[in-house]
Write a protein that binds this ligand. Sequence first.
Ligand SMILES: [Zn+2]
Length: 569
Amino acid sequence: MRRLTLLLLSQLFTLQASGQREVSFQPPLKIPMYLSGNFGEIRSDHFHSGIDIKTRGTTGQHVSSIENGYVSRIKIQTNGYGKSIYVAHPNGYTSVYGHLDRYRPDIAAYVKNVQYQRRSHGVDIYLKPEQFPLKKGAFLAYSGNSGSSSGPHLHFEIRTTGNQHPTNVLEYGFDIEDLVAPRFLSLYLYPEGRGSSVNGSAEKLTLKIVSENGIYAIQEEIITASGTLGFGVEVFDYLNGASNRCGVYTFELFVDDELTYSHRMDEFSFSETRYINAHIDYAERIRSGTKVHRLSRLPNDRLRIYGKLVKDGILEVEENRMYSIRVVATDVAGNRSELKFHVTGKKENISIDSTHPDFVKSMKYDKPNRFKDGDVTVEIPANALYQDLEFRYQRLPRSIGTLSDVFQLHTPETPVHLSYTLSIKTDSVEPSLRGKLLLITYDHENEVSSAGGEYLDGAVVASLRSFGKFAISLDTIAPEIIPLNGSSGKDLSGKKTLRFTIRDDLSGIEKYEGYIDNSWALFEFDPKNDLLTYTFDSERITVNTSHELELYVSDAKGNVNLFHTIFSW
Ligand SMILES: [Zn+2]
């Protein structure tokens, strides 16, 4: 334990000194490393926990272990990293390789056996050191595009083994050329709290940033403000040989040369990664997709990335005083960019914004909050919100396909950290249909999707992690099964796979089970392509004969479709 602490301390020290950790790993691929994504990038509800290495647009690149060690975990999921492999190393780190196409043959055979034992495509297997010991550079798998990957690449992570914290992969000295400094795109100024203003308005101000002789600046000459002011920036880093927008390593905000805010992306925990929704301008992300780093901290933001925080990064503007503001962004390679501008304190008579017409309740973020209106109850646990909220609510008329009124709960532009409960009473639904009830939600184009939920004591109750519009609906329709190469009676001799398109409309596919000649068979589901695949396996079915297939696909509401056929192979 003491040795571990010392080791961690010494690593921390090296890191502080140079931005590099003192270990030497070899690269996971044999091709040069060009990145389409880096550590700490803003993603949906999480920071990117590794780097994405380009694989020349193809799958099948050899992935090898970056150091001596052993295969400690193998995880297969339909979404997320798809097929992944974890390698524990003696130096206290674990490397993770995701979106793989397939494992090397002996590991593949082992995994397949476990899948057949557990009768499950998805598995999460923890292994002992003696099962697959590895030398540095040992072949592990072929790169791929499995899981939630939108193009062939290798997702590669380095975690601390003890607490499984992902760390910044670029701190390990891999040969990844980076001579490009971060680039500022836009500046955001936020009047915080009632009565605050910027350029005479209580609304946030967005300004385009221009580059002048290597220094970033804004075109507007003068910014005036009164009250309290927060800052945000849209800024990306780029690496050599790729046009992809990557994340920035450190941020510093200086007011008249005093450091008032800083953060550094070198490590975080998976349990805190969702606080990204507090860190970014979440409303901007939802509205326009723009990724803005706030240079201030919301009250319930528990990220460990922050360094210096003076008044949480919020500036209290004094009248008739001019402030020199400087934002510095760096990457791990030490490239650095600076944005400079001025803010002048000026008393401004703005009309205090009146209360929103849909306002119903003031909510404290650190207390449990409950709101009830007739047949609707909303229960939000303490610390589900990042700051106090003027909760808004509206009851809207029923629309086509709903079994209740439609309820507008606040706005999807306000982030929710922990699940809250929405319960809507339902009147006259036949008992036989109760199991098919669920909540639906609407996106900004009014497209309907499932928000989950179950029937419970006369109501439909769902656990939700975003605000928006909700109503009760039913899902009684089973998933579709469309054979792609295995219609009835077909001779599939010489074919490698049996493939189906499977789709479900509302609640989504939950289970898929195939039986060949009455024995469970491994069908692999790739949701992004609606594709269900069985790979013919001469070790498990007899060659050159006729076979019977039964395929069951069910959705989250227990609606089951069965496909039955006879084929020869
Ligand atoms: Zn990735």
